[in-house]
Design a binder for this molecule. Structure first.
Ligand code: LLP
Length: 419
């Protein structure tokens, strides 16, 4: 994580010390690096060279409008899964003609909003949804540009909660059903077939699941072409993994080249869209937290911090490993093994087990690789307000989301009238 490095024993985000951010904005908070987001996006973009492509950043990974705005300025497209995400993209100046709309249960009103805003592709996940898209498009008197998200039944070899491309998953249309689904689409008056889409899972650290899925998708493209159904864009989803703790995912160029070569092997040449979320956001942010107390039970040392599973859910939900670093380095001689735990009243409220740390109460810790699926999965369990988000740009720390207040927390709640 080259944008979060120690300088003279102090952890920095770019040119700004994390302790100065904690002093100004309090903890817990998320801290992002503008340069990291931009570097990751550009690495993927340039890996395509001259090949026509659209990077559709998966908004769900980190949907702060400041993040979306920075990526929109680079020319990014977006992968959305709800009306709310499309509204964020529009608010951030994103171009709807570069938006793909995924998701297994888009409501009629969400579909209508997407069509009114002329998104590039509605990625349909079932034949029932195709009929709904037709109905909504007809009612608006527009033509909906669609792709089917197919399910190639490939094992992405990742955590079961984030594998999406296997037979047992709720996602996508099976390969058996896809051909007939496309044929049905061509019969519908308000549907225009634009592409084919596939997303097999997340935090994938090998090239082979991507290339296996690609072959299956390309076989379908050929079959459709033989039937006179022309595919104009290949959307290969997201899923490229990152280094949380020693993982060695494919480089952007290996990942992209494997797609371009796979197409060449099939004698196919189509524009590609990808939907990366974690690759762009994951190592572009950390969560800052402060140690409230050190506690020693019979066999365990605990560092009890002010951030909990409501602030960063990944360790509790997926047993995800996030490296935890002290913001200020102390002598290693003082190091002990700690469980880093949060304040929420659940045994699962743990940010990391068995971490060797030289720390004292009051010290700040940085939970690394928290830029993707961090703040977006934060919630109000235990009536804890959501943390602040800060975007560092060199020596500047911009508050891009204020810490939630108690009034915001209960806004919308009402008392019954007095008896
Ligand atoms: N496209 C679709 C249709 C998706 O479902 C996803 C992620 C992506 C793209 C982006 O995948 P990425 O490039 O970020 O791997 N909360 C989990 C991850 C859930 C991913 C869901 N879908 C986590 O914290 O690991």
């Amino acid at each position: 994580m080259s944008f979060f490095e120690y300088r003279d024993g102090q952890l920095f985000a770019e040119q700004t010390s994390l302790s100065s951010i904690a002093a100004e904005h309090g903890t817990p908070c998320y801290v992002y690096s503008r340069a990291a987001f931009e570097t990751q996006w550009k690495a993927l973009d340039s890996a395509f060279g001259d090949h026509p492509h659209t990077i559709c950043y998966a908004v769900k990974a980190n949907s702060n409008i400041a993040v979306l705005n920075l990526l929109a300025r680079l020319g990014s497209g977006f992968d959305i899964v709800s009306e709310g995400e499309l509204r964020r993209v529009l608010k951030a100046g994103g171009d709807p003609s570069k938006v793909v709309f995924s998701g297994v249960a888009k409501s009629k009103s969400e579909l209508a909003f997407a069509m009114q805003n002329k998104v590039r592709s509605i990625n349909i996940e079932s034949v029932a949804e195709l009929e709904r898209v037709q109905e909504v498009a007809a009612s608006l008197n527009v033509t909906a540009s669609i792709a089917f998200r197919v399910n190639p039944n490939v094992d992405p070899e990742t955590h079961p909660y984030i594998s999406t491309g296997m037979d047992k998953a709720k996602f996508g249309v099976t390969m058996e059903a896809a051909f007939d689904a496309y044929k049905r689409a061509t019969e519908l008056t308000n549907i225009e077939v634009h592409g084919i889409a596939c997303h097999i899972g997340s935090q994938i650290t090998k090239t082979s699941p991507f290339t296996d899925a690609l072959k299956i998708v390309l076989d379908m493209v050929k079959r459709l072409a033989d039937e006179g159904i022309k595919i104009k864009q290949l959307d290969l989803g997201g899923g490229l993994g990152i280094d949380y703790h020693g993982e060695t995912p494919p480089s952007p160029s290996d990942y992209v080249q494997s797609m371009i070569n796979g197409m060449k092997d099939h004698g196919i040449n189509l524009p590609i869209a990808i939907e990366p979320g974690r690759y762009i956001a994951g190592n572009s942010g950390v969560m800052l937290t402060q140690i409230e107390f050190l506690k020693h039970n019979k066999n365990k040392n605990f560092a009890i911090v002010d951030a909990g599973m409501n602030d960063l859910l990944r360790p509790a939900l997926y047993q995800a490993f996030h490296v935890i670093k002290p913001v200020e380095q102390r002598s290693r001689q003082a190091a002990k093994i700690f469980d880093v735990v949060g304040p929420v009243c659940e045994s699962a409220c743990v940010l990391g087990y068995d971490r060797e740390l030289a720390v004292e109460a009051g010290d700040l810790l940085a939970v690394m690789s928290a830029g993707a699926y961090g703040f977006v999965m934060a919630n109000n369990y235990n009536s804890r307000n959501k943390p602040a988000e800060i975007m560092v740009d060199s020596t500047q720390a911009h508050l891009v989301r204020k810490r939630e207040t108690f009034d915001q927390l209960i806004s919308g709640e009402v008392l019954l009238a007095a008896d």
